[in-house]
Unconditional design. Structure first.
Length: 487
């Protein structure tokens, strides 16, 4: 699964086109894909372009993407097929026997209407929206797999730039009016630092992802022109800006993710460049500098809290679990899972199905559009097939994680890909943790970030095997030249 061949992912001419096509697709998603709703205006632009990009990607790069990572492409195909299965009309004799469909059958019986052909999903419109939402992530996955490894790493820099701009816009949002022109979505957290997003929790996930992105930028800075220290200073300054920005978003989820991202950024940064046998005072400082930076950023965050600007921290302290709608709705969601298992209620059906089950005491002006636990919502809507696909993805991630943990930094090319792989692992981990209390991967921008990170991880094991083979060949040549006999 992790040992695809070492051939070039795509032909040179087509691969060169990916140098601008892949960043363009990522910019498209990051700039106008900040909402998970199906009725936002940017989808009028995003969905048609996503369809064109997907058709073009499959036609020109589908084969190269499959050769690069059959396992990842098969997993993506499985997700698409599951979504397709939820929109295919079924005869009444089939769908009426599915668990949880009694209310639909009773509705037609009360109306004295014959049972029609219906899809597996209890919300056909929601199922179609879920299927269409897969177009852009799938297109970016194909383009990223077909691209050169360095182009995938370069795409992370574009994500970093857009994320920093989003953080700066968030700063302007909290300084301006709650319904000012810098809020790009009608349904949003007015008065909060949401950046390019509609939800402050999703903005906080992107801000937390900036820590490993900045660590990658600093670790892989090009020192050929003596700009290494400048790049590292820029990374530290950007991190100092992001740390308090996570706090002022007012996202409790972001507070936890920010701490995780900040700590794991030290692992992403690695050991730095090769060090001489005798360490000078400067070299010892460089060894401890990542930890010193983390300590300084933690101190800055504490200063923000003391200055009464840590909205997320204050919301965490003031949290009353009995009054938190998400926790109070959890038993209802678990009940739906039991009633609709093993096939689930259908892709995109959470809103309509939950409203049928919603207890009267939980009725409020607040709009509960998702379970705010995406892992549980995947089980509820996708059933046993979705659980299987999720387990396959988790196993794939763990195998790659073990492979990355076993590798050491050696050689500039290998070190570059290893550090970018660490960054991708941390970002995927942040998305996974964030999905426990939110649904970040349902926004097009963060979904695209996730598949980009998955594509980056496909080359790690192959690079290590290629380097090991070259090392063995070099050792064999040395032994042959010296006249030694290998037993």
């Amino acid at each position: 699964m992790l040992t695809a061949n070492m051939t070039s992912p795509a032909r040179p001419a087509k691969r060169d086109a990916l140098r601008w096509l892949l960043p363009a697709a990522i910019l498209l998603a990051m700039l106008i894909g900040g909402s998970s709703r199906a009725d936002v205006l940017p989808l009028l632009i995003l969905r048609p372009l996503s369809a064109l990009l997907l058709v073009f990607g499959v036609y020109c790069y589908g084969g190269a993407a499959w050769r690069q990572s059959p396992a990842l492409m098969a997993l993506a195909l499985g997700v698409v097929l599951l979504a397709v299965a939820h929109v295919v009309p079924l005869p009444p004799v089939l769908w009426s026997m599915l668990p949880g469909r009694d209310v639909i059958v009773q509705t037609y019986e009360v109306a004295a209407m014959p049972l029609p052909w219906l899809s597996l999903s209890m919300s056909p419109a929601g199922a179609w929206n879920a299927l269409f939402s897969l177009m852009l992530p799938l297109a970016v996955l194909i383009l990223a797999l077909a691209a050169k490894p360095d182009d995938r790493v370069r795409a992370l820099k574009w994500v970093m730039v857009i994320a920093l701009i989003s953080g700066f816009i968030g700063l302007l949002q909290i300084l301006g009016p709650p319904r000012g022109p810098l809020y790009f979505y009608k349904v949003t957290n007015a008065g909060a630092a949401v950046g390019f997003f509609a939800n402050r929790n999703h903005q906080a996930v992107l801000m937390a992802s900036l820590f490993p992105l900045l660590a990658t930028y600093a670790a892989l800075a090009d020192n050929s022109r003596g700009r290494l220290q400048l790049h590292r200073a820029i990374a530290i300054a950007a991190a100092a800006f992001i740390a308090p920005m996570i706090l002022v978003t007012g996202s409790r989820n972001g507070l936890v993710l920010g701490a995780v991202g900040l700590v794991l950024a030290v692992w992403v940064y690695g050991k730095g460049t090769e060090k001489p046998a005798v360490k000078s005072a400067t070299m010892r400082w460089r060894q401890w500098s990542p930890i010193a930076v983390v300590a300084a950023l933690v101190g800055l965050s504490l200063l923000t809290i003391v200055a009464s600007r840590g909205v997320a921290f204050q919301r965490l302290v003031d949290l009353d679990a009995s009054q938190d709608l998400r926790l109070k709705a959890l038993p209802t969601v678990v009940r739906i899972v039991g009633d609709t298992f093993p096939w689930g209620s259908g892709m995109g059906s959470f809103d309509e199905v939950y409203r049928h089950y919603e207890p009267g005491q939980l009725l409020s002006p607040n709009y509960f559009n998702h379970a705010h636990n995406d892992w549980l919502e995947v089980v509820m809507t996708g059933g046993l097939p979705a659980i299987f696909l999720a387990l396959v993805a988790i196993v794939y991630f763990l195998l790659v994680l073990v492979a990355v943990l076993k590798q050491k930094e050696r050689g500039s090319s290998h070190r570059r890909r290893l550090i970018s792989a660490r960054c991708a692992i941390v970002i995927l981990l942040l998305l996974a943790i964030g999905s426990i209390a939110e649904y970040p991967a349902r926004t097009p921008s963060l979904a695209v970030l996730g598949v980009l990170c998955a594509a980056i991880l496909t080359g790690v094991r192959k690079v290590d095997m290629g380097d090991s083979s070259r090392d063995r060949r070099a050792a064999s040549n040395r032994d042959h030249d010296s006249g030694e006999i290998l037993v």
